[in-house]
Design a binder for this molecule. Structure first.
Ligand code: B12
Ligand code: SF4
Length: 526
């Protein structure tokens, strides 16, 4: 239709997120991108976790890729940054259409739109809604008929009807891993994620899982899951993270997936999210046989009344049993706790700390962040929760943004900070021990090695050290590696032994390769 923009190129943006939080590739954007590519769009993902964001970079992308639409994702803690990136892009290319999606904006659409810079919000699952929106705009049809979007028209925010969840998720292609520099995540020894289902039947009051993906589980076919697992296993990541909200929801299916992995002889370590009431000895044995090394459990609290209040529908007894069953099966159970839940008092916090130390699970601690859309936020008064701020930058679940009547937010912060300080002190102690030539356990040794490798590669990525390796003019492979090694030693201050090992590891893992730069051999990320 005359006058309607022709939309061909879509730029998708993943905002920065601290390396300390151990990020993983932007799975939601990769899923979206694959679907858009299948529908004939040209798509690029700018992943600002591993790419530096700067005005120069934005200008370069606008000139080089010439996107017609920019779409950005966000969770609460990244939404302000995501918005500011969108606005900066829009300043460079004022006519460009901008869209946001993801867990935060789905439940905060009005205020995001009112803050300016964003033309459309895609709420919930993005694949069908986004492509329909693009098609509708290209065809000059009425956007009011596109379900699942929000936009401003003549100063008024409009929310179209919610979109139905995608009935058969098997229509979705595999996530577009080729559009992200996976080699950088692999270099840092971070896991790659995949999902085998969408949906969670539970309704924990602090979680958006069910609200984003529905209470009815929708499964990918078992064969497809095993095919994807096999493909990912060939990429050389040390771990695959099956990041379904609840992988172990259906025992029969879990066993079928494991059988598929086992029968194909795939040798790959993996982890998944589980609930303590969905595991049993026989299931765990099967998971172990298929390569599962870690199961993550949201234990949340060591106080039964709090578990009941937050609708976790588990018991402390089941948590204990789960810990023992996992340990017996040779799978590491990881527990996650949330302090500051409704009903929290000094005493319940102590219950949790004691419980966490007592049961046989390694654990991490977070603080309640009442995200938009969660029941705990929507009914905060009923739950006795006082929300202290809407500064989304602070919603990283590492500090108090709300309080309960029973305990002050400062006290909660001090407890959680104390927990992380004790972990840091423990690490400092083992480093000291090692430096003094004292023996340390195999587990601590491997933890130190992992940390060192993570920090080194994070430094390479953050400072673009590999990209800035000057062309050395070397004609043979050996000289090139020598020159690369001295360059890395100079830039990072690491000794030659460490650098030599890391170069071989990164080459063998397919993270680095020899490239041609200005017609000379150099080294670059794969
Ligand atoms: C797996 C997972 C993780 C993994 C992997 C994350 C990743 N890089 O993909 C790990 C463990 C690393 C993780 C970390 C965190 N997570 Co998380 N995570 C999940 C989980 C369980 C599934 C996400 C997923 O892969 N879904 C499947 C994909 C396909 O869906 P999706 O990502 O939502 O994307 C779809 C739509 O949202 C939409 N969409 C998304 N972006 C865009 C952009 C555009 C332009 C459009 C049009 C559409 C669109 O289309 C996509 C395709 O359908 C969700 C719960 C849930 N079910 O939503 C929580 C969830 C997203 N995580 C949450 C949180 C809080 C975090 C952390 C902040 C925790 C922390 N303190 O560190 C970090 C932040 C990481 C980050 N920068 O995103 C919250 C977010 C709530 C909020 N409002 O902020 C959720 C909702 C869980 C909860 N507590 O309720 N997470
Ligand atoms: S916390 Fe886990 S079990 Fe509870 S609703 Fe969220 S995804 Fe489901």
């Amino acid at each position: 239709m005359i006058g309607s923009p022709v939309i061909k190129r879509i730029l998708l943006i993943n905002p920065p997120y601290p390396f300390e939080e151990h990020p993983s590739p932007p799975f939601g954007l990769m899923s979206l991108a694959a679907f858009l590519v299948e529908k004939g769009y040209e798509v690029r993902i700018e992943d600002y976790i591993i790419e530096q964001c700067s005005i120069e970079r934005y200008k370069f992308i606008i000139n080089e890729f010439k996107p017609d639409v920019i779409g950005a994702t966000a969770v609460s803690m990244t939404v302000k940054k995501s918005l500011s990136i969108i606005k900066e892009y829009k300043m460079i290319a004022p006519g460009i259409m901008t869209v946001m999606g993801g867990a935060h904006v789905t439940f905060d659409a009005s205020s995001i739109l009112n803050s300016g810079g964003v033309d459309f919000i895609v709420r919930g699952e993005g694949e069908i809604t986004f492509t329909e929106l693009l098609k509708t705009i290209s065809e000059g049809k009425s956007i009011a008929d596109v379900n699942g979007i929000s936009y401003i028209d003549r100063g008024i925010v409009h929310h179209t009807q919610d979109r139905e969840l995608i009935e058969d998720i098997n229509i979705l292609p595999y996530p577009a891993g080729n559009l992200v520099a996976l080699s950088k995540y692999k270099a840092m020894d971070l896991p790659i994620n995949m999902i085998t289902s969408r949906g969670c039947p539970h309704s924990c009051i602090f979680c958006l899982g069910r609200k984003m993906v529905g209470k009815r589980l929708r499964y990918y076919d078992t064969k497809r899951v095993v095919d994807e697992f096999e493909t990912l296993s060939r990429l050389g990541f040390s771990q695959i993270n099956i990041s379904d909200d609840l992988f172990t929801s259906n025992k029969k299916r879990c066993i079928a997936i494991c059988d598929g992995i086992i029968s194909r002889g795939i040798n790959q370590a993996w982890s998944a999210f589980a609930r303590v009431d969905t595991i049993s000895q026989d299931l765990l044995s099967k998971l172990k046989e298929a390569g599962c090394v870690t199961l993550c459990f949201g234990i949340e609290s060591g106080n039964q009344e709090i578990l009941n209040m937050v609708k976790k529908k588990t018991t402390l007894e089941k948590c204990r049993t789960a810990a023992d069953l996992c340990t017996k099966a040779g799978i590491t159970p990881l527990a996650s706790y949330i302090l500051g839940l409704p009903g929290e008092t000094e005493e319940t916090v102590m219950n949790t700390l004691r419980f966490a130390r007592d049961i046989n699970m390694e654990f991490g601690m977070h603080i309640l962040a009442p995200f938009p859309g969660t029941e705990v936020r929507e009914k905060s008064e009923e739950y006795g929760i006082n929300i202290l701020t809407d500064d989304w930058d602070l919603y990283d679940a590492n500090r108090s943004v709300c309080s309960t009547n029973g305990i002050s937010p400062d006290r909660i912060d001090r407890i959680v900070n104390g927990f992380y300080e004790s972990l840091e002190n423990y690490m400092d102690e083992i480093v000291l021990k090692k430096n003094r030539g004292k023996p340390i356990s195999e587990k601590d040794e491997s933890m130190l090695k992992k940390l060192e490798l993570y920090k080194f590669n994070m430094e390479l990525i953050e400072n673009k050290i590999i990209e800035n390796f000057p062309v050395a003019g070397c004609t043979n492979h050996e000289d090139l590696i020598k020159s690369f090694s001295s360059y890395l030693q100079r830039k990072t201050g690491r000794d030659s032994g460490f650098i030599t090992k890391e170069i071989s590891r990164l080459m063998e893992k397919g993270c680095l390769k020899i490239i041609q730069k200005n017609s000379s051999p150099a080294i670059g990320w794969v």
